[in-house]
Write a protein of this length. Structure first.
Length: 226
């Protein structure tokens, strides 16, 4: 599992994305660039144990003493108008605008952490593990069942939303804000499950996310009532 560590106080860390990875299907790595320095993100399935050098951590904590309170909220979020008319993201665009009743089984997870001076020009997306993708496709009958989001907010409260891509696609997300202020970074997972049972299935597939060696725990089920 590749790692890249930044000097000092995690300056300019970009918290990237979580990904769907089934136990036994291997891990998925997402590469990003920060001030010309390659970073990496690794995601493992719930059935895969941490490597020996990684300590077991209580829920809601991460390595290096950083605490990231968990938040889970219902999904009812429009897509940015700047995206224009939907094309290959049609299913996700429709999903992002559907009514609350339609998304009653959806959920997202987020972890919050403030880092100094996020200065990433390009986030390079991901390619879904083939075995995991096949299971998703068989279950839901479409290639766009799982969406991954990155939220970057500056201290003024302005927030930019970036979609990393649907399942098994390669996404390219460019130009987050980099004005040198402290940012609040959230890692979020959103599924296109149509009911609580399916949403829970996706939740159980994923256990935690690592960003540059920092582990973010993720809840194992959607909140009660969707």
């Amino acid at each position: 599992m590749p790692e890249s560590r930044l000097p000092g106080r995690l300056r300019g860390v970009l918290a990237a994305l979580s990904a769907l990875a089934l136990a036994g299907c291997g891990s998925l790595t997402v590469s990003v660039e920060q001030e010309g320095t390659p970073l990496s993100v690794s995601v493992r399935g719930a059935g895969q144990s941490p490597t020996p050098e990684e300590p077991e951590l209580p829920e809601g904590t991460v390595m290096r003493g950083i605490t990231t309170p968990e938040c889970r909220v219902p999904l009812s979020m429009p897509l940015p108008e700047s995206w224009g008319a939907p094309s290959s993201y049609d299913n996700i665009a429709i999903y992002g605008r559907q009514e609350a009743a339609r998304s009653s089984g959806m959920y997202l997870t987020c972890q919050r952490r403030q880092f100094e001076s996020i200065n990433t020009d390009v986030v390079r997306g991901f390619f879904m593990d083939d075995d995991a993708y096949e299971i998703v496709s068989e279950r839901r009958g479409t290639t766009q069942d799982v969406a991954y989001w990155i939220y970057v907010a500056d201290t003024t409260g302005a927030e930019s939303t970036f979609l990393s891509g649907p399942a098994r696609s390669y996404g390219l997300v460019a130009n987050p804000r980099h004005d040198g202020t402290v940012h609040d970074v959230r890692i979020e997972l959103k599924t296109l499950a149509e009911n609580t049972e399916e949403a829970e299935m996706f939740a159980q597939i994923m256990e935690f996310v690592e960003v540059n060696g920092v582990t973010f725990d993720l809840p194992q089920a959607p909140p009660a009532g969707g």
